[in-house]
Design a binder for this molecule. Structure first.
Ligand SMILES: *[C@@H]1O[C@H](CO)[C@@H](O)[C@H](O)[C@H]1NC(C)=O
Ligand SMILES: *[C@@H]1O[C@H](CO)[C@@H](O)[C@H](O)[C@H]1NC(C)=O
Ligand SMILES: *[C@@H]1O[C@H](CO)[C@@H](O)[C@H](O)[C@H]1NC(C)=O
Length: 255
């Protein structure tokens, strides 16, 4: 009994130690943006001694990957998960020479970045249209939610999970908000109006598995990296008062 209590305390201590500050996570996402802007992967910091680097959920070479290409970023937003010590950054590049929409999850170990996983989409990926993504994403309000109106991590994740479960179980109750809008690649289900809806249908019989979450309660947001059947996919949600407000998807075809 005593031993059990001690090991439970040890676990709590480990979890407490795993907490990251918003300042540290912001510094890391700022370094990611700087690295992508300059095309110098080594600018990302603080890097752990061993870093897992993935593109399209496959191990890749960070030295020759997307970060080695200098890109002019038109839009970025990061989710900071101080509990899981993880970040998600959405990057939109409308440069006509080569437009991109990129989603990157970074995970920390002992205060250092140990895992960088990016979904890089461009021409030919699902509903790809960086101009459209930029147009709609930049009009949405993802401002911080007043502290007394914030949802818990559990509520935010449950809204994302309900949406993802719907692809394989039409009996799931999804907390649709009104308005709600879905930005799928560069295609929008709404028009930016109060009557926008995102319960406009999803395919059936697809299992969305291996969900990896980054949750930021301050903006009511969660990003989920998902094996969409076998396709690498990101679903990012903004939740307000327990209900879905925005959905952004990035899906790598032929990845
Ligand atoms: C990222 O977005 C923030 C907030 O909109 C902006 O101030 C910053 O300049 C952007 N960074 C880059 C590298 O584009
Ligand atoms: C890195 O993170 C990605 C996405 O969050 C995950 O799929 C992958 O398994 C992780 N890799 C390692 C080596 O931890
Ligand atoms: C991309 O999105 C823009 C802005 O919504 C739109 O004007 C354009 O027609 C779209 N392009 C394609 C190929 O769908």
């Amino acid at each position: 009994m005593y031993r059990l209590a001690l090991s439970a305390l040890g676990l709590l201590a480990a979890q407490a130690a795993a907490q990251c500050t918003r300042e540290d996570l912001t510094a890391a996402t700022d370094s990611l943006l700087a690295a992508q802007t300059a095309g110098t992967p080594s600018a990302i910091s603080p890097l752990a001694d061993t870093v897992a680097y993935l593109e399209a959920f496959k191990t890749a070479d960070i030295a020759t990957g997307i970060l080695s290409h200098p890109l002019k970023i038109d839009f970025n937003r990061s989710l900071l998960d101080t509990t899981a010590c993880a970040t998600y950054t959405e990057i939109i590049v409308t440069d006509r020479a080569h437009p991109y929409v990129i989603g990157t999850q970074m995970r920390f170990l002992d205060g250092k970045i140990a895992n960088i996983s990016s979904l890089v989409t461009d021409q030919g990926d699902w509903l790809f249209n960086a101009t459209g993504t930029y147009y709609w994403a930049s009009r949405e309000n993802w401002d911080p939610i007043p502290e007394d109106q914030r949802d818990t991590r559990e509520v935010i994740q449950a809204a994302a999970d309900a949406y993802a479960d719907l692809f394989n179980d039409k009996s799931v109750q999804v907390p649709w908000g009104t308005p709600c809008a879905r930005l799928e690649g560069g295609a929008y289900t709404g028009s930016g109006s109060a009557t926008d809806r995102c319960d406009v249908g999803v395919p059936n019989g697809v299992a969305l598995v291996n969900r990896r979450y980054v949750i930021d309660e301050t903006i009511g947001a969660v990003d989920v990296f998902i094996d969409f059947a076998t396709v690498p996919d990101s679903h990012e949600f903004r939740v307000e008062k327990g209900k879905l407000r925005f959905v952004h998807t990035i899906t790598v075809m032929g990845g």
